[in-house]
Design a protein around this ligand. Sequence first.
Ligand SMILES: Nc1ncnc2c1ncn2[C@@H]1O[C@H](COP(=O)(O)OP(=O)(O)OP(=O)(O)O)[C@@H](O)[C@H]1O
Length: 313
Amino acid sequence: MGRNSGDLPVDRTTVGSDGAGRWWRRAGTLVSTRGRAAETVSEAGPRLVGPADFSPVPDPIVTARGLSKVYGSGNTRVRALDGVDVDLARGELTAVMGPSGSGKSTLMHCLAGLDSPSEGSIVVDGVEISRMSQRQLTKLRRTRIGFVFQAYNLVPTLTAAENITLPMDIARRPVDRERFDTIVRTLELTDRLHHRPTELSGGQQQRVACARALIAAPSVVFADEPTGNLDSTAAAEVLGFLRTSVDELGQSVVMVTHEPTAAAYAHRVLFLADGRLEAELRDPDADSILDALRELGAAREERRDLAPAAARR
Ligand SMILES: Nc1ncnc2c1ncn2[C@@H]1O[C@H](COP(=O)(O)OP(=O)(O)OP(=O)(O)O)[C@@H](O)[C@H]1O
């Protein structure tokens, strides 16, 4: 905290930088300082900060360093991730947001061992995974990682109970009955356990998928647009459960979402753009996330407008 000329407390919040100037949030409005002295006033509520000011994560469950992912070659070459450095906290719900094509799914797939990075390192719960063989990655995904996908991905011929215990059955591990009962009770699935997926609503199917992701007590659960197919009531139930799994079961969850109302369930929101981390927002609410999306979008527009001028110089 600094002081401005009016001696008000100053809360300077970096939201972006293009080398020509920095952007600051001022009473909810983004102000480009362009090398001028920053004019800032105090501000309450969640703070949007750039990567240089990310709050420290003392006990990360997932760490990525210098993470890049390039798809294709020649004319079809796409750099989906471009040098991402990030620590994701243990025992937190982290949301990842960003425009379409910004690299959210690629980041999640690399962190979850579903895809291999072109460069960089990834450590999940103390284990370096970026150079693992496919066989090792398969084992890692079975034992340490839970997944929730937008399309539920339940096995249609199995009952809800059988879908939930599937990861344990595949790994030939015994089901912890107490954990099973706790998860099923919390997700209000007790009277649906003998139904097949087609006999369940979308919300119930996604709650079964959440139970399946959590049954093996994985190090981390990755959820890719988990509420993308749900109405707002069913979405709130699933999101409430993901947050409860963190707060009450000590789970660590990483969720990609486009929805500010969904991201508001998170402890921390990370914003990606063009394969790079742009900013974070801690303890957000839906309004602060909407503000952040607007401000980051405006900053990107401004950067784009500046780019040709910079090239002419
Ligand atoms: N398998 C692939 N082959 C080639 N390019 C890919 C592949 N997967 C992703 N891409 C490209 O990488 C970039 C990032 O894609 P990604 O799916 O990670 O973005 P996203 O932020 O998840 O987008 P959305 O919100 O639309 O799902 C995009 O330009 C995309 O076209």
